[in-house]
Design a protein around this ligand. Structure first.
Ligand code: GAL
Length: 996
């Protein structure tokens, strides 16, 4: 036995005991001791390095998902399983007060608002939950989650003022009591966030501080006592890290690449304030990012989410997320991991229907290339507990670390132990060309310059690598590797480790081992091995689609190119929250996603998805004799790699039979009967307020015409103002609907004009002259139909969400007369909306919505035939209905969407209702969205679907829709949960009565 070998064995033992043994507590004076490791008996704890769950350190790898943005509870498991498959161990959720409490005092936690259901799904999937109830959430949703009725109170939101504090009591109480039952270990909830990015200027700001104190008190008093209460600071400025309102666990958010989706190649440089910001704010806690940029938002007139996906794509995730690790972070959650949809008026004016967000999992639930990158990192972080006690030992661009000053190196390691992580990247994010260098490492065998056998380490432009030295896996260890570690697992006493580099790059990896005599190479010839100073050194240059296997002793090294690496899954075979990298797991290469792996007797049951006929490689214990894929046996043979079994699993059905919407029978009706003089508005609300409590007052006119003051908080509103006599020459109006809103005005049925909040303008002022012959000497009726894109958000806590929606000012010009009365309507019932399933915001005030014509079950047999492709020849609103059946084969996950083509000359706004759910708002002038994905469960994939489409022509020349298609966005053969939720949605007869 050589000295080297003895040293290697000693190191192995040392490394393994460090990983499995008791981990030391970091000695930094704590903030609040309640969840401090060492001070607390709670199941969730933390110290300055990481969180602990059940006494085990975890790398918190989380992503944000808003269950209410995917209002089909049976699809939640799909998102969570896809997250789990990428080694996410936590999901962060916002809870939406405005959706839960549509009327003050009436809370509804059912269906897509069901927290309990969500917690149960998360528990089943085995993923922790960070719950973020606000009450203010921002989140690009109407009012930032504050309910519409809150606009009517005087007291300022997000302060300690009584009216506001009283307003959120029931909501927070319900939330906390419900959530308290699911606190870990009784459920998946491991943290609860108080408020959102709540910024105060220290003690000078007592109204805000006291509000935070009251909120945390309410959370605690209602049972949130087993998990830390957290805060997400906007910037590491220490808000609520200590002192009054101090939370248990402090974190800060970061969106370093900004939101300019029109210029995706323009990157920011990496932030260098994380380490100092954390040191100045909460050095006793881990560097925790409650929100780290996972995508970007896009608004009306934007470029579309492809640009956002590129701006924050796989290279971004590669460089920026690894930089978080280089900054000492072991806890981060990406905002968003799945964005979803702003269906049914949940948007705020800065975004449109899609909230895809350029996330790793797209709105249509398909996986983007960024998913691949986060999965590779997730697997590594899970497999590398040594990271959780590492500190930053050194960092910089000095040539102490590399031969190239264009490379920035951060060295993380255990001060007293051998394992080190070298996070390398190019100095500047503006460099988009590759660079090569040698790395100087300080390893257990002394100082080395690697690679030792010649060649270089290469970084592509905008690439970062985490290279390990003295890295334990199973009972073996890597001395160093210039390829990155994907994961490792021990199966039948063989320690498998998977290494990867980009195609075209070379690598070198050195293992402590016995001798070259029994090194066995298979797969690609591009990987070779030799013995150097008693270690087995692997090296080679990888092309695309490389899979090589090297075996020696009880070690099996899979070397793959990065793209092949993305097809490797490492499911655990024991259902759990996966606290330990030692949980038994297997390796599966090939499928689109692997959701689950269970070994029952000698059968391995795999559940997952494919996007084509796929050849798979399975490395599982030798007790496994047969493999089932989604319940069906797969014929498997021994792989010629020398390990594992291979077989072929089926792809999706080759094509779907989808209806041609243009050739369907469409029926139509006028959806703006309110312009007619004789329209019966006797049931409408009389606008009788002359004062408002909020600080945003009417500009002019006697009565208040803010829709929210009368209980209408979503979508469109219609106002009818009456005046007597024909002497006035014009009407002057100030209309406020939030950016990109629209309106049309009519006098006695004659069209006066329309306008929209172009370029984001919030208020439109207009004066309309009455043409000769349009006024009566008796009663005249001015009808205004307008929509809003939701309430503004309140990021600055200055009550901006109370900016009115409606008519801010009105007056008649000439004739010295005034309006006799005003009436208005919005959604049917206002705050007493009948549809408790779809919730308070789904419907607006168009006739088609109030009458229930947008609901399934509505009888349109008496309507005339007429299609949106013909449209209307004048200004006004028309509604069209059609229906079709779908018969998507079982076991198929078909992502379907409606694709609009705009008639270039038409100026219109459209709402698309699918089985009563408003799942699309299309504004022809503003775009950019033309494809509207509809989740299965809103769309019935196994039966009838009823579609309603409104067409609001803003011009007297009329409008039509050039084309509308139901298109497949992606088709998978899938093991996801079966969706029957379409059956749950109420129909016309449930909501409006027996027949229309
Ligand atoms: C954050 C906020 C989130 C979301 C995000 C931008 O500041 O906390 O709610 O609005 O910005 O998408």
């Amino acid at each position: 036995m050589t000295l080297q070998l003895i040293l290697n064995i000693f190191l192995c033992i040392l490394l393994t005991t460090r990983v499995l043994g008791q981990l030391s507590v970091y000695d930094i004076p704590p903030g609040s001791p309640g969840f401090q490791h060492g001070n607390s008996s709670q199941a969730v704890q933390f110290d300055s390095h990481s969180l602990f769950i059940d006494g085990r350190r975890i790398f918190l790898f989380g992503g944000e998902f808003h269950p209410w943005r995917l209002p089909v509870p049976q699809l939640w498991s799909d998102i969570l399983q896809k997250m789990k498959a990428a080694n996410f161990n936590a999901v962060s959720i916002y809870v939406h007060w405005g959706l839960v409490e549509g009327k003050s005092g009436e809370l509804n936690w059912e269906y897509h608002r069901s927290l309990e259901e969500f917690y149960k799904v998360a528990q089943r999937v085995g993923i922790f939950v960070i719950a973020r109830p606000g009450p203010y959430i921002n989140a690009e949703t109407t009012g930032g989650g504050l309910p519409g009725w809150l606009t009517n109170i005087a007291d300022v939101a997000r302060t300690n003022q009584t009216g506001y504090v009283n307003a959120w009591q029931s909501y927070i109480k319900d939330f906390a009591q419900m959530t308290s039952r699911y606190q870990y270990p009784n459920g998946p909830v491991i943290a609860v966030q108080s408020e959102n990015e709540f910024y105060v200027s220290g003690d000078e700001d007592p109204t805000s501080t006291e509000y935070m104190v009251l909120l945390e008190k309410a959370l605690r008093e209602n049972g949130i006592d087993k998990v830390p209460i957290t805060a997400n600071d906007v910037y590491p400025s220490g808000n609520f890290a200590k002192g009054l309102g101090e939370v248990d666990l402090y974190g800060f958010d970061s969106y370093p690449n900004g939101f300019d989706c029109a210029h995706p190649p323009q990157w920011s440089e990496l932030a260098n304030y994380y380490i100092s910001g954390h040191q100045n704010s909460a050095p006793w806690a881990p560097v925790f990012f409650p929100e780290f940029q996972g995508g970007a938002l896009d608004g009306w007139q934007g470029v579309g989410y492809d640009g956002c996906e590129q701006l924050t794509g796989p290279e971004f995730a590669n460089v920026f997320y690894k930089n978080n690790v280089a900054s000492g972070s072991t806890a981060m959650s990406f905002y968003m991991i799945y964005g979803g949809t702003n269906w049914g008026n949940i948007l705020y004016p800065g975004v449109y229907t899609s909230y895809d967000y350029g996330s790793a999992i797209r709105e249509d639930r398909l996986l983007s290339p960024k998913y691949d990158e986060v999965k590779l990192q997730g697997m590594f972080y899970h497999a590398s507990p040594q990271l959780l006690t590492s500190s930053i030992l050194a960092s910089g661009q000095s040539q102490t670390y590399t031969s190239n000053s264009g490379v920035f190196t951060s060295v993380l390691g255990l001060p007293e132990g051998p394992t080190k992580f070298y996070v390398v990247r190019q100095n500047s994010n503006n460099v988009t060309t590759p660079t090569s260098f040698l790395l100087n490492i300080d390893s257990s065998v002394g100082q080395l310059t690697i690679p030792q056998l010649g060649g270089h380490i290469t970084l592509a432009g905008r690439e970062s690598k985490i290279l390990v030295t003295d890295y334990a896996f199973g009972s073996n260890f890597l001395q160093y590797s210039t390829a990155e570690v994907l994961t490792h697992t021990t199966i039948d006493s063989i320690d498998y480790v998977v290494l990867y580099v980009l195609p075209g790059q070379s690598f070198e990896a050195s293992f402590g081992s016995t001798s070259i005599n029994n090194v066995n190479l298979s797969g690609s010839p591009s990987v070779q091995a030799k013995v150097l100073n008693g270690s087995v050194v692997l090296f080679g240059t990888l092309s695309s689609s490389t899979t090589a296997l090297v075996r020696f002793g009880n070690t099996a090294v899979l070397v793959v190119d990065k793209f092949t690496a993305t097809s490797i899954w490492n499911p655990r075979t024991i259902p759990s929250f996966d606290l330990s990298p030692d949980t038994p797991s297997i390796l599966v290469k090939g499928p689109y996603v692997v959701r689950n792996a269970t070994i029952i007797g000698s059968t391995l049951e795999l559940v997952g998805d494919t996007n084509r006929t796929t050849s798979i490689l399975v490395v599982a214990p030798s007790t496994v004799r047969s493999v089932h894929w989604n319940g069906s046996p797969v014929s498997m043979t021994k792989s010629n790699l020398g390990i594992g079994l291979t077989g072929t699993i089926p792809g999706p059905v080759p094509s779907l039979s989808l209806p041609n919407l243009k050739s369907l029978k469409w029926r139509t009706a006028d959806s703006l009967p309110e312009v007619a003089m004789g329209f019966d508005d006797s049931q409408w609300v009389v606008a009788n307020k002359t004062e408002v409590a909020r600080s945003q007052k009417p500009f002019y006119g006697k009565v208040v015409l803010f829709a929210d003051e009368y209980g209408f908080h979503s979508g469109s509103f219609i106002f009818r103002g009456s005046f007597t006599g024909g002497k006035s020459s014009a009407v002057q109006l100030s209309l406020q609907g939030g950016s990109y809103f629209g309106y049309s005005a009519f006098i006695n049925g004659h069209f006066l004009g329309s306008n929209q909040g172009f370029n984001g303008s919030d208020i439109v002022n207009a004066t309309y002259s009455f043409l000769q012959g349009t006024l009566n000497n008796g009663r005249n009726v001015l009808t205004i139909v307008m929509d809003s894109n939701g309430l503004d958000t309140d990021w600055n806590a200055n009550d901006a969400f109370k900016n009115p929606r409606g008519i801010r000012g009105y007056q008649l010009i000439g004739g010295s007369g005034d309006f006799d009365s005003w009436k208005l309507t919005g959604n049917l019932g206002g705050e007493d909306f009948p549809d408790k399933v779809r919730g308070p915001l789904n419907e607006g005030g168009f006739w088609a919505e109030r009458s229930g014509a947008v609901l399934p079950g509505f009888d349109d047999s008496k309507w005339a035939l007429g299609s949106p492709f013909v449209g209307i020849p004048k200004a006004g609103v028309q509604v069209y209905r059609t229906s079709f059946a779908l018969d998507i084969p079982l076991g198929t996950d078909a992502s379907l969407g409606f694709q609009f083509t705009r008639a270039p000359t038409s100026n219109y706004r459209s709402l698309l209702f699918v089985n009563g759910w408003q799942f699309g708002k299309f504004i022809s002038n503003f775009g950019p969205q033309t494809v509207f994905p509809i989740p299965e469960g809103v769309l019935n994939h196994h039966g009838m679907n009823e579609i309603a489409l409104t067409l609001w022509s803003l011009d007297s020349s009329g409008a039509k829709i050039a084309d509308l298609k139901l298109v497949p966005l992606g088709v998978l053969s899938s093991g996801k949960e079966v969706v029957t939720d379409a059956m749950v949605s109420p129909i016309y007869q449930d909501l409006r009565g027996p027949s229309n």
